[in-house]
Each structure stands twice: as structure tokens, then as C-alpha cells.
Design a protein around this ligand. Structure first.
Ligand code: NAD
Length: 269
């Protein structure tokens, strides 16, 4: 295939869907995977059937291997960008969230990314200048109370990305990640929250934040999709949307105890 190709997990909604639409508009061939079949069908219609779609639970490694074999066959064994984007959010204090939800967060957000990289590496190796790109989060800048496991998985994918950026260089391929702040996507409706083990609605932070103008302001999914392009043509390892989110990383590096103590004080209010 002469067209460049991108394979996106969690492509049926939010950031993944916006990225699929943007890269298709740039003339790329899009592979879209998700557990949401209706969402994939709607994306496929928007792309006039000019795409590859697959039902894929990223936690299922044999299924991921097969999907990448099928995608490779259709895409001429070419993968310019692997976008490990599927993720779930579970809110609540660690001791109040059912433990199976905690494990599911690790399985989707971290094991799913490992599965994706391992299942796709043969395609990345043989595609010049390929990029392995992963969605981290501002929740990785300082472990977010009420999202401890989520934040931990997002820290882990940053570490994984750093190592892969070196390992993949053996083949001329690259790795990078993005840490989005507050992005207006369906995640804020489909995520789950637990208080003392009981399910509760997730506060719609993107609409509650609509007056903010700082790093915590609400941005559309398109802003992250644009960052995927910037990362492909750029060289940075860690990307932030909005860019000011990086300041929290810097703050933590300088004085993690200050951030910890501020968060403890806020929690007491
Ligand atoms: N929305 C935000 O504010 C925000 C901020 C930082 C990071 N993120 C991250 O961005 C990524 C995309 O999230 P989004 O905001 O677009 O949410 P979203 O809920 O709109 O999209 C996530 C998609 O992942 C899919 N998915 C969930 N589990 C899956 C699995 N096991 N296998 C395959 N697909 C699966 C869902 O069906 C959904 O289509 C996630 O990794 C999320 O953690 C989001």
C-alpha cells in the first residue's frame, strides 16, 4: 500500500474516533478497533467504508495478534502509526472501589497497551519512520487521588514508551505518548465511580470546567487528534494537551511533597 496507515484502539468514540476522522481526511488508511460495534459501524459510515474495522478487546492478546495479521494483510504490511488509545476510567478511593474494577483498569489501560505493542511490533519494524503512540493522561503527572489505579496505569505507559523509544530505534521506529488534561468525550458519561462500594454517577468535569482557562480547561477530542499528527511529524517523547499540563510534571519533579500536602489540605475541606 502506498497510503500511510494508522491503527487505533478505542476508535469508536472520543479521542480515537476524532483521530480516525482526521487521519482519513489526510488520506491515510485507518484501522479502527473497539469493543463498541455500533460505534465502529457509525465511524465506518463516516469514512465511506474506506477503512478496516475490527471488534477487539485489547485485553485479549490472541485476538489482538489475529487482528494485526488481518490488518497487515489489508494494509500491505505497513503500519505508520500504532495508536494505543483504548482506556477506561474508574473513579473512587482505592479502598472503596470493587477490586475487580481496579484490575480491569490495569488490564485495559496497561496490559492492553502491552498487547498492542507486542502484536504490532513486526509491522512497526518494517515501516520506515513508524511511530508507536500511546495515550497517557494528566493523571500521570501526579498520582491523582480518587483515580489511583488509573493514574498508575498512565504513569506505567509513559515508562513503557520511554523504553520503547530506545528499543524501537534499533529498527528506525519511534515511540511517544500524549498526556491529555480534561477532554470532552463520552468517557465522562461511561466511566464509573464508587463511594463505599456503591456505584455513583461520574461528575461531568468537562462541563463543570467550562469557565476555566488554565491547564485544567476543557478541550475537544480534536485537540488530541491534532497532537497525534504533531507527534508523527515531530520528535518529542512526551506530549501534553494543552501544552501547559507539562508544568505539573515539572512541579512534581521539583517538590512532590508540596503537591502532596496541597492535595491533602484540599481533601480535608
Ligand atoms: N477524556 C479525557 O478527559 C481524557 C484525559 C486523559 C486521558 N484520556 C485517555 O484517552 C483515551 C481515550 O479516551 P476518551 O476520552 O476518548 O474516552 P471514550 O470513552 O470516548 O473512548 C474510549 C474508547 O475505548 C473503548 N474501549 C474501552 N475498553 C476497551 C477494550 N477493552 N478494548 C477495546 N476498546 C475499549 C471504548 O469502547 C471507547 O470507544 C483513554 O486512554 C483515556 O484514558 C482521556
Amino acid at each position: 500500500m502506498t497510503r500511510q496507515t494508522i491503527f487505533i484502539t478505542g476508535a469508536a468514540s472520543g479521542i480515537g474516533r476524532a483521530t480516525a476522522l482526521q487521519f482519513h481526511a489526510r488520506g491515510w488508511f485507518v484501522g479502527a478497533a473497539d469493543v463498541d460495534l455500533a460505534g465502529l459501524e457509525s465511524l465506518k459510515a463516516d469514512l465511506q467504508d474506506d477503512c478496516f474495522t475490527a471488534f477487539l478487546d485489547v485485553t485479549d492478546k490472541p485476538a489482538f495478534d489475529q487482528v494485526m495479521i488481518d490488518f497487515g494483510a489489508i494494509a500491505g504490511q505497513r503500519l505508520d502509526i500504532l495508536f494505543n488509545n483504548a482506556g477506561i476510567a474508574v473513579f473512587g478511593f482505592l479502598d472503596e472501589v470493587p477490586f475487580e474494577k481496579t484490575l480491569a483498569t490495569v488490564n485495559v489501560n496497561l496490559i492492553g497497551v502491552l498487547n498492542g505493542i507486542h502484536a504490532s511490533i513486526h509491522l512497526l519494524k518494517q515501516t520506515p519512520n513508524a511511530l508507536c503512540f500511546t495515550t497517557s493522561s494528566s493523571a500521570a503527572c501526579f498520582g491523582t487521588p480518587g483515580m489511583a489505579t488509573y493514574g498508575a496505569t498512565k504513569v506505567a505507559v509513559k515508562g513503557l514508551t520511554e523504553a520503547m523509544s530506545v528499543e524501537l530505534a534499533r529498527f528506525g521506529a519511534r515511540a511517544a505518548d500524549v498526556s491529555p488534561g480534561i477532554i470532552d468525550t463520552p468517557l465522562w458519561q461511561t466511566g464509573s465511580r464508587f463511594v463505599r462500594g456503591e456505584s455513583r454517577p461520574v461528575p461531568n468535569i468537562p462541563s463543570l470546567n467550562h469557565k476555566r482557562e488554565d491547564a485544567g480547561r476543557t478541550l475537544p477530542a480534536d485537540a488530541v487528534a491534532e497532537c497525534v499528527w504533531d507527534a508523527y511529524i515531530g520528535e518529542k517523547l512526551h506530549w501534553y494537551v494543552p501544552p501547559e499540563v507539562v508544568e505539573r510534571d515539572k512541579e512534581k519533579a521539583l517538590n512532590p511533597e508540596k503537591l502532596r500536602d496541597e492535595l491533602i489540605a484540599q481533601q480535608k475541606k
